[in-house]
Design a binder for this molecule. Structure first.
Ligand code: SAM
Length: 277
């Protein structure tokens, strides 16, 4: 890709165009088409199978909201797992919590990790941190083998197609519950209410069957389909809306704040309706 408009088809009837200055890398990996491009508006961007994954300009929104909501909800998260997340952005945010002793990242595609380090250095900046264990493997299999191990699990996967298709199944969420400790929390990106309302409905209903506390929260991510992005949180004990102020230690962010931690759970009516509440 060099000097042209990259089109991301978000539905059969709606696409966005992104001005690309030059291609940085294109490769059909064992799992997906990996494209890295320098763009005029968003800086370097990673695309997988033609879908925007992350950009240097707006990545902080997603990575902060996936990481800090569960990590401030849990009173003492020591052992954290990230499924997917090969660009390293969620890991970078986890490292801002000194009480986390170990963060394990399991991404199925080592090429994503390799090229994120090369072309997205500000996002992949903590993948070499001694507290981080980077593994290349299927997150579904990793979860299936884990039991009573993690305080927090974050699912930072691609959409429910291709290698991530079974990361949105009830069986996977049951596996997550088993892999979590008895007071564990998990968060998964659950796409957007404009184009994938049924997915959100299904995820919320599946998680609700497994976790006593299930909540949906949102963030504004301009490069993701519709810009209104959703996250599903399942918790065995701690409610994200009942975190006392003292718990919010100082942290370097550009989107997340302790006020937004709770406000993000206030949903527009058409989104709240998807949660069945
Ligand atoms: N923030 C992005 C989003 O919300 O779409 C996700 C970015 S991250 C790059 C997505 C990662 O999920 C990719 O690196 C991909 O290789 C990984 N992935 C997909 N299926 C997976 C699986 N079954 N196990 C582990 N990682 C997987």
């Amino acid at each position: 890709m060099a000097g042209f408009w990259f089109t991301e088809k978000q539905t059969e009837n709606f696409s966005i165009k992104i001005k690309v200055n030059r291609t940085l890398h294109t490769e059909q990996t064992d799992f997906q088409l990996l494209e890295m491009a320098e763009t005029a508006e968003w800086g370097n961007m990673l695309f997988l199978d033609g879908m925007v994954m992350t950009s240097e300009k707006d990545e902080f929104v997603y990575h902060e909201m996936v990481a800090h909501v569960p990590l401030f909800t849990h009173p003492n998260p020591k052992n954290v797992l990230v499924v997917g997340g090969g660009d390293g952005g969620v890991i970078r945010e986890i490292m801002k919590h000194p009480q986390v002793m170990k963060a394990t990242l399991v991404d199925i595609d080592g090429k994503v990790i390799e090229y994120s380090k090369k072309y997205l250095p500000t996002i992949a900046s903590e993948l070499e941190n001694p507290r981080v264990d980077v593994q290349v493997g299927d997150g579904f299999m990793h979860i299936a083998k884990a039991e009573n191990e993690y305080d927090v699990i974050m699912v930072d996967s691609t959409e429910p197609v291709g290698p991530a298709v079974n990361l949105f199944s009830k069986g996977f969420y049951a596996g997550i519950s088993k892999a979590l400790k008895e007071d564990g929390i998990f968060v998964a990106q659950s796409d957007n209410p404009w184009f994938t309302p049924d997915l959100i409905k299904q995820v919320q209903s599946d998680v609700k069957e497994i976790f006593p506390i299930t909540r949906l929260y949102t963030a504004n991510i301009p490069t993701y389909p519709s810009g209104l992005w959703c996250f599903t949180l399942g918790s065995k004990k701690y409610d994200p809306l009942e975190v006392e102020d003292a718990r919010f230690h100082e942290i370097d962010t550009k989107y997340y704040t302790k006020e937004l931690h709770k406000a993000a759970f206030v949903l527009p009516k058409f989104v709240k309706d998807l949660t069945g509440e």
